[in-house]
Design a protein around this ligand. Structure first.
Ligand code: OSB
Ligand code: MG
Length: 375
């Protein structure tokens, strides 16, 4: 694959409503997009880093620096036989997986278009539709949350995930379970609790949660394994899992019974497939997480979730839940059964609306083989 140029941009897009987790509140998103141009075709990637290094060590600003100063020089001088070669090309840069994923995923998109196959097929996907759930942020009151749960269930979503933290947990689960005793319900603490809270967390078992996502430290396996032994409810790891080795360690240590796979967190499609495969070998179900992506990142998530072991509803939901106007066409929609159809056309299957992207671009840099121009 010969790369002619790469355009990196930062766009600024307000969410239709703020999203609050145990680590903070997001209203205005600062998102990096990369466009890899080759022989008249553009592959697109999205960097899922947050505005602040609160979910992981990366932020929009660190990813900009790593992409433009470190990864692009490596990419522009590399021989790229196929997208799977990207991890090796970037291997001398440690960590910074969300920055790497933005570029690698754009190259997968490019390769699928060059080969004229759906991205999902190139990845080894087997599903034609994916089951969808929603992740609901911390609200100002339980009443407000119940209203939102009602709306999302009416829209067809198959699983409700509640963000939680100390003080926004047991009472909330009680209220939701009282009204909807049988829905698929899970919670995500984003590392809000500590080992000393183990007895407290045992009370979560009363609510038949499908899982408790990342209850303890963001970088932990050991205490999660101690906690999993004491809980009936399955633990799902998100923040702790960066690659196949992490997934295998967590499975072997019994730190979790379910895995959340996020493309940015594991560094792109190549490693995401490896995590998916090792989980499948060990009969650990996986689902695809979300990071408040635009339609570009969302369309990558859809393709990934077509792999066979993505058997649980993920956090991939409709564009309109996040954006007044998405930057792809058509927007991502979810059926009344709570499913998204995997596109059966070459590439990601959603066209990029460059006019809209231009309008929300706040900085842009174009790199060619010869020069980097800030424009
Ligand atoms: O932990 O899954 C998470 C959003 C930002 C950072 C971390 C997480 C989330 C979500 C939102 O839960 C998922 C989505 O709807 O995109
Ligand atoms: Mg999570």
């Amino acid at each position: 694959m010969k790369i002619d140029a790469v355009v990196v941009r930062e766009i600024s897009m307000p969410l239709v409503r703020p999203f609050e987790t145990s680590f903070g509140r997001t209203q205005d998103r600062r998102i990096l997009l990369v466009e890899v141009q080759s022989e008249g075709i553009s592959g697109w990637g999205e960097c899922t880093a947050g505005e602040h290094p609160s979910f992981s060590e990366e932020s929009t600003s660190t990813a900009w620096a790593v992409i433009t100063e470190e990864l692009l020089p490596l990419l522009m001088q590399a021989e790229i036989p196929n997208s799977g070669a990207c991890p090796k090309i970037f291997s001398e840069v440690r960590g910074n997986r969300m920055a790497k994923a933005a570029l690698e995923n754009a190259i997968w998109d490019l390769e699928s278009q060059q080969k004229g196959v759906p991205l999902a097929d190139l990845l080894g996907g087997t599903r034609t539709t994916i089951p969808c759930g929603v992740s609901l942020g911390i609200q100002s009151s339980i009443e407000a949350l119940l209203g939102i749960v009602e709306t999302e269930l009416a829209a067809g979503y198959q699983r409700i995930k509640l963000k939680c933290k100390m003080g926004w947990d047991i009472e909330v689960f009680e209220a939701v379970r009282k009204r909807w005793p049988d829905i698929l319900l899970s919670c995500d603490a984003n590392a809000a609790y500590r080992w000393r809270d183990a007895d407290y967390l045992k009370q979560f078992d009363a609510f038949q949660l499908l899982m408790i996502e990342q209850p303890l430290w963001y970088d932990d396996f050991y205490y999660h394994s101690m906690l999993q032994r004491q809980l009936e409810t399955a633990i799902c790891l998100d923040e702790s899992i960066h690659n196949r080795r992490d997934a295998l360690a967590a499975i072997e240590m019994e730190s979790c019974r379910i895995l959340n796979i996020k493309l940015g967190r594991v560094g792109g499609f190549s490693e995401a497939i490896r995590v998916h495969n090792v989980a499948a070998e060990r009969s650990i179900p996986v689902w695809c997480g979300g990071m408040l992506e635009t339609g570009i990142g969302r369309s990558h998530n859809i393709a990934l979730a077509s792999l066979p072991n993505f058997s649980l509803p993920g956090d991939i939901s409709a564009s309109q839940r996040y954006w007044a106007e998405d930057i792809i066409e058509p927007e991502i929609t979810v059926s009344a059964q709570g499913e998204i159809l995997i596109p059966d056309v070459p590439g990601r299957g959603f066209a990029v609306r460059l006019d809209r992207i231009e309008r929300c671009t706040v900085r842009r840099e174009r790199t060619t083989e010869y020069a980097r121009v800030y424009c």
